[in-house]
Design a binder for this molecule. Structure first.
Ligand code: UN1
Length: 510
């Protein structure tokens, strides 16, 4: 890590690299002539690089390139497209360690988790590569003799991919792999906090052999680049993961043009712990889900809903385990919890701590962490509130940091009510040894993902990922459900009878 204090200006310094946009198979500067910085959240003195501040004109160029490339790409047989995805997945695997370390440096998660993030990219690349040889449609009998009926998936055209910083390799891959294998081309706008990861990813995509123009990278702000992608009439589908308010705005703007929009938004994920649960196991699941990735996952657990009779023993375990978590640079092998992404995130967490202090009882943490080695980063102590009520503000709003609310309830039924009393519905979990209750929970929990005797994080790439209510707008990522976002159905009828046959009219009664 460099000790140099880099100036906070737009002027590239000599020893810090400047990265370009990737449009039509070429690395090119933005027409703006401006750049922005990416810095290490564990040590703000560490300047990673200067990145192009893209503009609407850059987006227009990228969309034109994607449209042009789409003509050939959609006609390339899907198994051949899949072969490029296989090559890309293998390249990700070959470069896993380098990417993981770059990720930790740029967004802070501990390197073991960063490896998992890259692995998720590899998994979806291989899964979608296989879709090149499946991509099933339906072949059904016609109601008329000598007539064939079937449906096939067709690509939509240009996909606008707008991604967050918390899974800077996995989430772009979740979106781009199904889009590409289905025959779409892509304009990719990564979060402004993680342009380096995005650049490394696109470098490998180019190396894997995606033809020029099929993948285009435009870095820059949401206001300049994101909005231009959403508003461009030649972008047919937008996939966005991020904040709910941004997602709603995107849906409104895109709705005016009847664009397809897939949204993956907030969460307020809860873990229910019943009196018969294995409390040590539950503690492991809660601590991992609440403080892993410093609480910055859409799937992070921010609420524990516990049957009152086991509140005290569970709290004791949670406090003991949390007090042993070591904060630090995620590249250090001793670190359990890395920094928050930026200053604004620290301010937000701190303001919720104040809210929580008024509403309930802070039993652990609650401060910015500034000990030795932490003074130049965005560190915050893992924090626990107890005796939280289901409708308290800290139990309702997404904090996206290491803050856990423990909510005591009298019984299972009250736990279900509390769990579902939120506007989000991404992930949930229950710890119990009672198989009947476990099955009831699978039925009763109003979330897109339910875990039994495990935490709320760690979804695998071959099942649908997404949530109910305000977590999204009904679409799912990952699994073969992901193809639904990036394709539309075409139904095809082939009449080989040699005469006019009228459906619904000429089909004889028998
Ligand atoms: C996210 O935080 O947006 O299930 C994605 C998980 C990860 C993906 C999280 N596989 O926790």
């Amino acid at each position: 890590m460099t000790e140099t204090v880099a100036p906070q200006t737009d002027t590239p310094t000599q020893d810090v690299p400047t990265f370009d946009l990737y449009i039509a198979g070429e690395w090119v500067p933005s027409e703006s002539g401006r750049t922005f910085e990416s810095r290490n959240p564990a040590d703000r003195r560490d300047l990673i690089g200067h990145f192009q501040s893209g503009t609407p004109a850059d987006v227009a160029r990228a969309v034109r390139a994607a449209e042009t490339a789409g003509g050939l790409w959609r006609r390339t047989p899907a198994p051949k497209r899949g072969e490029i995805l296989y090559r890309f997945g293998q390249l990700l695997a070959d470069h896993k360690e380098r990417l993981a370390r770059a990720m930790t440096r740029e967004m802070g998660k501990v390197v073991e988790e960063a490896r998992g993030d890259v692995q998720e990219g590899i998994d979806i690349a291989f899964l979608m590569a296989g879709e090149g040889r499946r991509m099933f449609g339906d072949t059904v009998p016609s109601e008329l003799p000598d007539k064939w009926a079937m449906s096939i998936r067709q690509p939509l055209g240009v996909a606008g991919i707008i991604t967050p910083w918390n899974f800077p390799i996995a989430i772009p891959c979740w979106k781009m792999m199904p889009a590409l294998v289905a025959g779409n081309t892509v304009v990719f706008k990564p979060a402004s906090d993680t342009p380096h990861c995005a650049t490394l990813l696109v470098e490998l995509m180019a190396q894997a052999g995606f033809p020029a123009g099929t993948v285009n990278l435009v870095t820059g702000s949401g206001a300049e680049v994101g909005d231009a992608i959403v508003d461009n009439p030649d972008v047919q589908v937008i996939s966005f993961t991020g904040h709910s308010s941004t997602g709603k705005r995107i849906a409104e703007r895109a709705g005016r043009r009847l664009k397809r929009v897939s949204l993956e938004l907030g969460g307020k994920n809860g873990i229910v712990v019943l009196r018969d649960a294995d409390l040590d196991l539950a503690t492991d699941g809660i601590v991992w889900s609440a403080f892993g990735t410093t609480g910055q996952r859409c799937t992070a657990c921010s609420r524990v809903i516990v049957e009152r009779t086991v509140l005290e023993p569970l709290l004791q375990r949670l406090e003991a385990r949390t007090s042993r978590l070591r904060l630090g640079d995620g590249l250090e092998p001793t670190t359990d919890v890395g920094p928050l992404i930026n200053d604004a995130a620290v301010d937000k967490v701190e303001s919720y701590i104040e809210v929580g202090r008024r509403e309930s009882e802070l039993v652990r943490g609650g401060h910015r962490a500034t000990g030795a080695g932490l003074e130049h980063g965005h560190f915050f102590e893992p924090s626990i509130f107890s005796r939280v009520k289901p409708m308290d503000q800290i139990a309702q709003e997404e904090i996206f940091g290491p803050v856990l609310s423990v909510i005591p309830v009298p019984d299972y039924q009250a736990a279900v009510t509390a769990l579902n009393q939120t506007r989000y519905g991404l992930s949930s979990s229950i710890f119990t040894r009672d198989v009947n209750i476990a099955f009831r929970a699978m039925r009763d929990f109003e979330t897109g993902i339910v875990y039994v005797n495990a935490g709320t994080i760690g979804a695998e790439t071959h099942l649908p990922f997404g949530g109910t209510k305000e977590t999204g707008n009904g679409h799912r990522e990952a699994g073969h459900a992901a193809l639904d976002t990036y394709t539309e159905w075409k139904s095809i009828y082939i009449d080989f009878s040699g005469r006019l046959q009228r459906a619904q009219i000429d089909n004889q009664e028998i």
